[in-house]
Write a protein that binds this ligand. Structure first.
Ligand SMILES: [Zn+2]
Length: 444
C-alpha cells in the first residue's frame, strides 16, 4: 500500500481552511482522514476514526486543550472540520481513574465535554484516542491487518510480522474498558508506532499528521507482504450445475423469499438487493467448504449491524430448474430466521436485560455460481451491505490462505449487534415505498 501524502496537497488544504479560521492541526487532520477514508481496503462507510489534540478557544474565547475526534455518523472519505468535534481533554483524561464507566456515563461525559453543544456526538472510541498521549491518532479496519488478527493465533501472527513496533491488544468490546486496556499496552512500551486490536482493527499514532498516516500505511503494507507469502491453495471448488440460471431470474426469487411479514397484517417488509460478482467473489461462493469459512462471523465488530453476523447461503441455481431453486431458497430463509430467533433466545437467557428482537432477515446472500447480494431497506443500505460483504470476502480469503479465519464468539457478536451505541448509527426511518422498490446494480 502506497502513501498518498503530498506536501502540496497538505499545504493547500491548510491554506484553504485558514481562510475560515480553521487551525492547521485540524486542517491536516481532515486531509489525512480523507486519505484513509478514500481507500476501501482501510475503512468503509463510517468505519474507523481519527483524532488530533490541539488548543481551541471555548465559547467565551479562553484557550482549552481539546481532542478533535471523528463524530459518530461521519464518513472519513468526505469529512469536513465539523465532522471532528472538539472535546475537552481534561475530563476525558480524568475518567480513566474510574474502575468502571457505564455506556450511559461515558456518553454523558463525552456529550458534556464538547466545546460546542450543537456538535455531533464524538465517536464511541473517543476515550481510546484521549487516553493515548499522541497528537495524531489514526484508526482503521484494514482488511490486510484483519486477515492476520482474525485468526485463532492472531496475537502470535501479528507479533511475528510486527516485532516490537506494534502492540497487541486482546479483543474487548469498544468503550471504556478497551480504551483503558489499549493505553496500558502502549504505556508498557512507549516506543510503539501503533496497536493491533485483535478481531477489530489497527491504530497508528505520531507527532504529526504525516507520521501517524504513514505509520498506518507501513503497518498495513507489512500485513500485505505477509499475506503474499506461503499461501496455500484455498477454496477447492464445489461441483456446480452445468448451467447457472441468470441473475435476472434469481434476484426476484431471493427478494420474494426474504420479504417477511411486518407488524401490520398483510404488510411485508421488503428489501432492495445489490448484486456483486467477480473473480474474488466467485472463488469464495463457489468453494466446497463455503458452509465452514462463510459461517464463522464478521471481520470486524461494527459490520454486524449492516450484514448481521452470518450470511444466508442458498444452493447454486440451475438453469431451467427455478421451481426447485425457489423451494430451496424459501426453506433456507425459514431456517435462517429460525436460527436467528434461537440465537436471540440463547443470548437473552444470559443477559441481565432481555433485548427486543431486530428484524431477523439476512443482509447478505451468497449464491454459488453467481455471486453475492447485499440487502437493505434502501438502495443505499443494500450497497453498504454489499460493500462490507465484499471486504469481508477479501479478509476471509486472505486469512484462509495463510491460516484459518476466526471471528468473535457468538456472545461477543450478540453483545455488539445489540449494543445501543451501534444501533444508534443506523437510520431506520421508514419512508414511503421503503423496501418496495427493487433494484440491483448491473455487474461490472
Ligand atoms: Zn474500530
Amino acid at each position: 500500500m502506497q502513501s498518498l501524502w503530498s506536501d502540496a496537497d497538505a499545504e493547500a488544504i491548510a491554506v484553504r481552511y485558514a481562510e475560515t479560521a480553521i487551525g492547521r492541526d485540524l486542517a491536516l487532520r481532515v486531509y489525512t482522514s480523507r486519505l484513509l477514508g478514500g481507500d476501501p481496503r482501510l475503512v468503509l462507510h463510517g468505519g474507523g476514526n481519527t483524532s488530533v489534540k490541539t488548543v481551541m478557544p471555548d465559547l467565551l474565547g479562553d484557550p482549552i486543550e481539546v481532542l478533535c475526534v471523528k463524530g459518530s455518523g461521519w464518513d472519513m472519505a468526505a469529512i469536513e472540520p465539523p465532522g471532528l468535534p472538539a472535546v475537552r481533554l481534561a475530563p476525558l483524561g480524568k475518567s480513566r481513574a474510574r474502575a468502571a464507566l457505564s455506556d450511559r456515563e461515558m456518553l454523558h461525559i463525552l456529550g458534556a465535554s464538547r466545546l460546542d453543544p450543537d456538535a455531533p456526538n464524538p465517536s464511541v472510541e473517543t476515550l481510546l484516542h484521549a487516553f493515548l498521549p499522541h497528537k495524531f491518532i489514526d484508526h482503521t479496519h484494514a482488511t490486510a491487518v484483519l486477515s492476520l488478527a482474525d485468526q485463532p493465533d492472531g496475537a502470535e501472527r501479528c507479533a511475528d510480522v510486527y516485532g516490537p513496533r506494534v502492540g497487541i491488544v486482546p479483543y474487548i468490546m469498544p468503550g471504556f474498558l478497551l480504551a483503558k486496556k489499549a493505553a496500558e499496552v502502549f504505556e508498557a512500551d512507549p516506543a510503539l508506532d501503533g496497536l493491533v486490536l485483535l478481531k477489530h482493527g489497527v491504530f497508528s499514532f505520531g507527532d504529526n499528521a504525516r507520521e501517524a498516516y504513514e505509520r498506518m500505511i507501513a503497518i498495513v503494507s507489512l500485513a500485505e507482504e505477509r499475506l503474499a507469502r506461503g499461501r496455500k491453495n484455498v477454496f477447492a471448488a464445489a461441483a456446480l450445475p452445468p448451467a447457472t440460471a441468470p441473475l435476472a431470474e434469481i434476484a426476484p426469487i431471493l427478494r420474494g423469499a426474504c420479504a417477511l411479514p411486518g407488524e401490520v397484517a398483510a404488510e411485508y417488509r421488503r428489501f432492495v438487493l445489490d448484486f456483486r460478482t467477480g473473480p474474488a467473489v466467485l472463488n469464495f461462493v463457489n468453494g466446497e467448504d463455503l458452509h465452514g469459512y462463510a459461517l464463522e462471523g464478521v471481520a470486524t465488530p461494527d459490520h454486524t449491524i449492516r450484514t448481521k453476523n452470518y450470511p444466508l447461503i442458498v444452493p447454486a441455481p440451475e438453469a431451467g430448474k427455478l421451481d426447485a431453486f425457489a423451494a430451496a431458497v424459501r426453506e433456507a430463509v425459514v431456517d435462517f430466521v429460525g436460527e436467528y430467533h434461537d440465537y436471540l433466545a440463547r443470548n437473552n437467557a444470559l443477559s441481565a436485560v432481555a433485548k427486543r428482537e431486530l428484524d431477523p432477515a439476512p443482509r447478505v446472500i451468497l449464491v454459488p455460481g453467481l455471486g453475492l447480494f447485499g440487502l437493505g431497506r434502501s438502495a443505499k443500505d443494500a450497497a453498504i451491505a454489499a460493500d462490507l460483504a465484499e471486504s469481508w470476502v477479501a479478509t476471509v480469503t486472505d486469512a484462509e490462505a495463510i491460516g484459518s479465519f476466526e471471528s468473535l464468539t457468538e456472545a461477543e457478536l450478540f453483545e455488539i449487534e445489540y449494543w445501543p451505541l451501534e444501533q444508534a448509527k443506523l437510520d431506520d426511518t421508514e419512508r414511503p415505498l421503503t423496501g418496495q422498490i427493487a433494484a440491483w446494480r448491473p455487474p461490472g
